[in-house]
Design a protein. Sequence first.
Length: 295
Amino acid sequence: MGARVRLTRDQSPSLEVLTVEDGQFSFANVAPGPFHLSITSTGFAPQEFSGNLRSGEAYRIPPITLALATAITEVRVVPSPVEVAEEQIKDQEKQRVLGVLPNFYVTYIPNAVPLTPKQKFQLAWKTTVDPVTFGVSGVIAGIQQAQDDFSGYGQGAQGYAKRYAASYADGVIGTFIGSAILPSLLKQDPRYFYKGTGSKRSRILYALANSVICKGDNGHWQADYSSILGSFAAGGISNLYYPATDRDANLIFENALIAIGANAATNLLQEFVVRKLTRNTANSANPANSTPANP
């Protein structure tokens, strides 16, 4: 189809014609004076031309070339699941009870994106090198020394140093095995998914159940092999550095059961107390905390 040419003049009605195949067009019986041409065609950028027609003149305008129009398309960038998870982890790493105690392994986003193995190790590392973790290990070692627990370590500065190293090692080994290595191999999420809704009874049962179940990377609930096996593995490794008099295979099983019970108690606190005391909690109101839709 030809281009549309509109001729406009002051205080005169506009005239329109279509160009023929070779691009020619003409207007007849145009009164002299200033005029303005607008040339438009679908898919091309419009062009303008102005001139002044004198009386008795046949005005020939110079060739006008229409350029292809530049299409402007709105592009919506959808972040990848890995990018969304990274933003969610950054929010989690800001969560601290009373602004001090780290609360990294809880997500308040019901549909939080699964973590990659790298992100699971990242969260474990962040936890083990947190200053509060070092401080807690020091307090535990002090209590043990005061009660003369693990007496094979002795007393004095040397005994305290051994207890401190053992306490810190317990935390590091347990965190990396139960929250990074096994979750990566078994494709399980090491975090506690805060419920926060429903009856008090349903929330209690949910918190207790989460001591032995977890959410898989596929979004389905399953037995928490990572945490359970991690407790046994960490207990077995601890026999390598605890005093010989305190090494006992039965102790490994006892510690594993204690760990499960401790997880249940911690989950109850998370469900009913901790969030109220935790600053910078991430929630679904943040756009980065939503699972990206398929483009």
